[in-house]
Design a binder for this molecule. Structure first.
Ligand code: PMP
Length: 417
């Protein structure tokens, strides 16, 4: 991406965007809110909030099973979101889009169903050293159950994946690789397309944890050629409690159901149950209908903006913050990969991350402190946690200036030489 070919957002455009996010309008302790916790969850535009209210006040109804007007309307709206997701990630077919509760459930679904179908004693599963606990624990649980081995591709001091190690780790026992696209604690963007091609040369399928990248990249599952992809609506301006498992048709058809219950069957008797077609086979019970519909509105919202420009602007925010933070005494940036997106993790020498986070809070600045559900990353860097500022396109350069000035004060208060 170059400045010549992509125009960044103008101040006017940013302030128009910001007006659509009610949460951003408020003051915290008398100071304008600076929301830098977008990697944990993004704020919601008016349209998404309205969409939830509309569902409950106008056509609340259960889906797929009703013949009446409201149920038809709710079913149509719900299924339209499947098409919106398909289009957003460039999947071939809507039947490759399964609604789940979020990234975590999507990964658990694959770990359990794939494990049952394809993993036996002595087989191997590969993940990386920078995974979120959601992309570690489900595989660990499955490997324990099936007596398989979990293998880990290491990272270097910059927080980059040692991709050459993948080649050494892959072998005839490897059954699946699951790797994060953008690290939520380091901001590293992994070269997933290359990794997928490498795995496919050995016919090993790959799951991409896109929890962070779904908001910060233009995702094309066809181009990436990933077998599975997991992401959450709440990181891309939609509601919590909804997410997606994208899976190539051949995999969804080969996997056993994850949960049993209503809607996932085609016929039930006490002797035998036959399962519904994909993707419904993987959506047991009443789904999170209202939130799926509002998730669709968040996709409409994102699609209504020029995403190339948004992403370019986000890169500028990160570069600016990364440069300016160097002015803070005792600063140590954790995660200095050459490809980064949206996330700035750091420590102030001698200062406790929690104390600094709490001080920033008194200034109306919301950041996250701690291990960010990536304890192995923290162990690698031999630190208990970091302070993490994470940006989205509604953030501004002047918010970063406020943040840097507050950090300088925090450094004076807490920094021990
Ligand atoms: N993976 C990554 C990289 C994440 O950032 C997160 C959320 N912090 C998750 C997985 C889990 O997502 P969720 O809690 O929405 O299921």
């Amino acid at each position: 991406m170059t400045a010549e070919t992509i125009r960044s957002l103008t101040n006017e455009e940013i302030s128009l965007i910001r007006k659509e996010f009610p949460v951003l309008q408020q003051k915290i302790y008398g100071k304008p809110l600076v929301y830098f916790d977008n990697a944990a969850t993004a704020q919601k535009p008016d349209a998404v909030i309205k969409s939830l209210t509309e569902f409950y006040s106008e056509y609340n109804s259960n889906i797929h099973r009703g013949v009446h007007f409201l149920s038809q309307k709710a079913s149509d709206a719900y299924e339209q979101v499947r098409e919106k997701v398909r289009n957003f990630i460039h999947a071939e077919s809507e039947s490759e889009v399964v609604f789940t509760r979020g990234t975590t459930e999507s990964i658990n679904l694959v770990a359990q169903s794939f494990g049952k179908a394809f993993v036996t004693e002595g087989d191997e599963v590969i993940i990386s050293a920078m995974e979120h606990h959601s992309n570690i624990v489900p595989w660990q649980m499955m490997c324990e159950e099936r007596k398989a081995v979990l293998r880990v591709i290491p990272i270097n001091e910059k927080g980059e994946l040692l991709t050459d190690e993948l080649e050494k780790t892959l072998n005839s026992k490897t059954k699946i690789i699951s790797v994060v696209h953008i690290s939520n604690s380091l901001g590293t963007v992994n070269p997933v397309k290359k990794l997928i091609a490498q795995a496919h040369r050995r016919e090993v399928p790959v799951l991409i944890d896109a929890a962070q990248s779904i908001a910060h990249e233009q995702i094309d599952v066809n181009d990436l050629d990933c077998d599975f992809m997991a992401f959450s609506s709440h990181k891309m301006l939609g509601p919590t409690g909804v997410g997606v498992l994208y899976a190539k048709r051949k995999w969804l058809e080969a996997l056993p159901p994850y949960q049993g219950g209503g809607d996932m069957i085609s016929g039930v008797s006490f002797e035998k149950t036959t399962y519904n077609e994909i993707p419904f086979r993987f959506e047991a019970g009443t789904q999170n209908i209202a939130d799926v519909i509002a998730f669709g509105t968040s996709i409409d919202y994102l699609q209504s903006l020029d995403r190339k420009r948004l992403l370019f602007y986000e890169h500028q925010l990160l570069s600016y913050a990364t440069e300016r933070i160097k002015e803070v005494e005792g600063i140590r940036i954790i995660g200095t990969a050459s490809e980064k997106s949206g996330i700035l993790s750091f420590l102030i020498k001698g200062g406790n991350a929690m104390d600094i986070g709490m001080y920033l809070d008194t200034q109306g600045i919301a950041v996250r402190t701690g291990h960010h559900c990536t304890q192995p990353v923290m162990n690698f860097f031999k630190i208990p946690g970091t302070i993490r500022a994470s940006f989205l396109f509604y953030n501004t350069i002047s918010e970063i200036d406020i943040f840097i000035e507050a950090l300088k004060k925090a450094a004076r208060l807490f920094h021990k030489k």
